[in-house]
Every structure is written in C-alpha cells, then in structure tokens.
Design a protein around this ligand. Structure first.
Ligand SMILES: *Cc1c(COP(=O)(O)O)cnc(C)c1O
Ligand code: SF4
Length: 336
C-alpha cells in the first residue's frame, strides 16, 4: 500500500446538493406525483433557461398539487409561449448600463455587481431570464476591472453583490472579492442579494460566514422568498446562523399571480419571515419580461392587497410595494 496522502479539496455540501437538482420536467412530475401530461415547454424551448429546482426546495411542495405556490414559481408552463409586445427582454434597461467589470450603477451611492449569471434555481418570472450573462459576467479575472471602476467613483459607498445569484460562486472567489472591496476606502457597506439561503439553506455554511464576517464593511443580506412555505425548518436554521453572525436580514418578494396574490399569503409570508428573524423590504410588481405575463397582478389589485395588509399587520411587517422603471433614480414606490 503506497497510497499518497494528498490534501483533497473538500466539495462543500451545498455544491453536492446542487448536483441532484431537478432539471428535467418529467423527473419533477414523477417526484411530485403529478400527471406526466401536465403541459410544459419542450426541452428544446428550455435550452436558454432550463428547469432547475434543488431537491430540498421541491420537497417543500405539496405532492399532487399543480397549483402549489412553490411549484408555480418554477414550472415552465406553456403559458410562457404567450407573446406580448409590452413584455420585453431587457425590462429594466440594465444592459445599457452594464460596465465591463459587471457593474450596474443606476442609483446614487450604491452600485450593483453582476457577480455571476448562475442560480441554484430558475424562477420563471425572473427579469434576468434573457440576460446574456456569458458576455457580461464578472469572472475572477474581471474583478480587477470591477475594483478599478469602484475605486474611481468615490460617490459609491455601498456595493451590492447580485446576479444571477452571487452565492453560486465558490467562497474562495467571494472572499477574494470581499477583500478587494474592503481595501477601497470610500466603501461602507456590502450587501448580498441572494435566493440561496431559501432554496439551498446548506449554502449558509462556515466558509461563507467566515468571509462575510471578516470584512470591515457593514454587511446586510437581502434574501428572496415569495411564500411562507418556502421557509421551512432548515431555512429558519440558516437564518439563525446569519443572525448569529450579526448580519441584518431583509427579504424581497415579487407579487405573483397564483403564488402570493392574496391577503392570507402575504400576511403569512411576513409573519413567517419575522419568525425567522427577517424583515420584509420590497414587494416588487412584476418586471414585464417576455414569457412571464401569466404571473402579472394588476396594479390596482396590488395596491388593494397592500392596503388590506396594512390593516392587518404592524407597519414593520408591511413591505414597500415597488416597481422598477427604467431610467428612474430609484425603485418607484407605488402608493395606494
Ligand atoms: C434595485 C437596485 C438597487 C438597490 O436599490 P435599493 O433601493 O437600494 O434596494 C441598486 N442598483 C440597481 C441597479 C438596482 O436594480
Ligand atoms: S434566483 Fe433570483 S436571479 Fe435567479 S432565477 Fe430566481 S429570481 Fe432570477
């Protein structure tokens, strides 16, 4: 026996979990005990934006229910084929603003980084579903360009890591980026926009917390959940780990027809978030992206829901209803 002991790179548990994500509609239907003939886009139509659902997220769906609010968010239904001329590919005008390092600087003081195009889950309503990430993603050798852009603009004091999902990147890459940001004197805050603590709670592990707490920057994490059922015990535990590390937690949701467009659903979501130590931040009206029209809730219905919610919850559990309007200097608050 002359086995040579070599230091092996341990593959993190979350990366292992991702390898068993559902990617074929037929497999997901079998798992959920749904009829195989439930209409979905063909595999060829799904080439650019495939089905993708981590197993742990699928386990939170109700078996045999095609109207399950979690299932509805990820199922590539044939409704996506509806073409609407008012639903476009770049609904929020990001492409025009994108800089070579992957930076989108639209609002005063804060700049958003497209850290990667990859996500653990593919949400069918996503406004980035048509984004040409291949050409724009900030890969490791682009960090330099990005850091130079940030260094050159002292009006920026907050950097938002976004994507895609920034936590799709390995922790060594993120740690390297965080270190680079740390060294830019005018930066004060580092914000992470991620859905992974929800869809892949194993992602909140030791190495992640290590770089997140090592920085001198104030950190804040904005997670993304649309329905109370997304926050199961494992998600609550992941939130507890983040809280323990001193990271403030906020949530953004999208108002989605058939998912959370009722008083009960929105109320339960806010209450469940708070149980997990998370405050509701934004409730977005849908971005009008091609293929997502079947998720849209009328503005008037959205306003009425928010008015009702305000009558049922303390003010700190009512998210702000917002829409992104290309060219505006911030999200647009929708008042009712
Ligand atoms: C939404 C968004 C932000 C963050 O806006 P806040 O109101 O600060 O949450 C920043 N940059 C871009 C490009 C955005 O789309
Ligand atoms: S995780 Fe976020 S960026 Fe990724 S598909 Fe879902 S909504 Fe879009």
């Amino acid at each position: 026996m002359n086995a040579v002991l070599q230091p092996q790179r341990v593959i993190p548990e979350w990366q292992v979990a991702l390898t068993s994500a559902f990617t074929r509609p037929a497999d997901l239907l079998t798992f959920l005990q749904l009829p195989p003939e439930l209409p979905s886009l063909k595999l060829a139509q799904l080439r650019d934006f495939p089905l993708r659902v981590p197993r742990g997220f699928a386990e939170r769906m109700e078996k045999g229910n095609p109207d399950d609010p979690l299932f509805r968010q990820i199922w590539p239904s044939t409704d996506e084929e509806q073409v609407r001329i008012d639903f476009v590919d770049d609904a929020v005008g990001d492409l025009k603003k994108l800089k070579p390092g992957g930076l989108i600087h639209k609002y005063h003081g804060r700049a958003l980084v497209i850290a990667t195009g990859a996500c653990a889950i593919n949400c069918r309503y996503c406004f980035r579903r048509h984004f040409p990430y291949g050409e724009t993603r900030a890969s490791r050798n682009r960090w330099r360009a990005l850091l130079d852009e940030l260094q050159a603009d002292a009006t920026i004091d907050e950097v938002i890591l976004s994507g895609g999902d920034p936590l799709s990147l390995a922790d060594d890459k993120l740690a390297e980026l965080a270190e680079g940001l740390d060294a830019i004197a005018h930066l004060k805050r580092l914000r992470i926009h991620s859905r992974q603590p929800i869809v892949l709670p194993q992602r909140v592990d030791g190495p992640l917390l290590e770089w997140l707490t090592a920085t001198r920057l104030q950190t804040v994490m904005v997670i993304h959940a649309n329905h109370a059922k997304e926050l199961d015990g494992e998600v609550a535990a992941a939130m507890a780990r983040l809280k323990q590390a001193g990271i403030p937690l906020l949530n953004q949701s999208v108002l989605l027809r058939g998912v959370n467009d009722s008083l009960d659903a929105l109320k339960a979501l806010s209450e469940r978030l708070f149980e997990c130590g998370v405050l509701p931040y934004y409730l977005h009206l849908l971005d009008r992206v091609q293929g997502a029209a079947h998720y849209e809730v009328d503005d008037a219905d959205g306003k009425a829901l928010l008015q009702q919610l305000t009558g049922h919850l303390p003010g700190y559990l009512v998210p702000r209803l917002v829409r992104e309007v290309a060219g505006r200097p911030s999200k647009t608050w929708i008042h009712w």
